[in-house]
Write a protein that binds this ligand. Sequence first.
Ligand SMILES: [Zn+2]
Length: 224
Amino acid sequence: MLTEPFVHDYVRANIWHFTGRDADLLVDTGMGICPLAPWIETPEGKPLLVVATHIHLDHVGSLHEFPWRAGPRMSAAQFESMDEAATYAYMFHDLEGAVSKLPEPGWKASDYKIPPAPLTRTLDEGDVVDLGDRQFRVLHLPGHSPDSIALFDETDGLFFSGDAIYDAMLIDDLPDSDRTAYAGTMRRLLDLPIRSGHGGHGPSFDGRRMREIASAYLRSVSAP
Ligand SMILES: [Zn+2]
């Protein structure tokens, strides 16, 4: 797991580098305030498949640095321009305490901009991301955002969940959030045989903890 330690914790996301036999996987790319690619070590000639779980700023900032870019089919058109209406990059411009340490002298949050990163592969429910010795099924899990996808290894229950579920405060009040859809996602997750989950924020979780988080969310949205 990699992260950006000097960025505001509201937009400090987890970046997952997973080693496969024939290819490596990178799940999400952070804000991109400093270059990410130099920190990702892969053997010479081994492909690195980068998957963006959704188009929010804290997951796609460094996506443009990598040649093999996969992401949700639903928001594919917006990856071509990194439209601020989709990434919410504008929310960072006047965020109090945006960074605790400047990446370079004179850096300003108000200049923050995400370079376009057109997808080279689009992913939707049921697609497979294959690393040779391990296959991840793509799940479409809307609610936090309409385009949220996750990667699930049905063989051993390894789960990269993005912001569909994680063990920290869930965000369901963004302009493109949908609480009804999110509740549907939580009900689906209750039946998913997760062994080890790694989300876009917060610590990793096992299946039992994930069901607790999903159940708590369902209680919160059904409360009067
Ligand atoms: Zn998000």
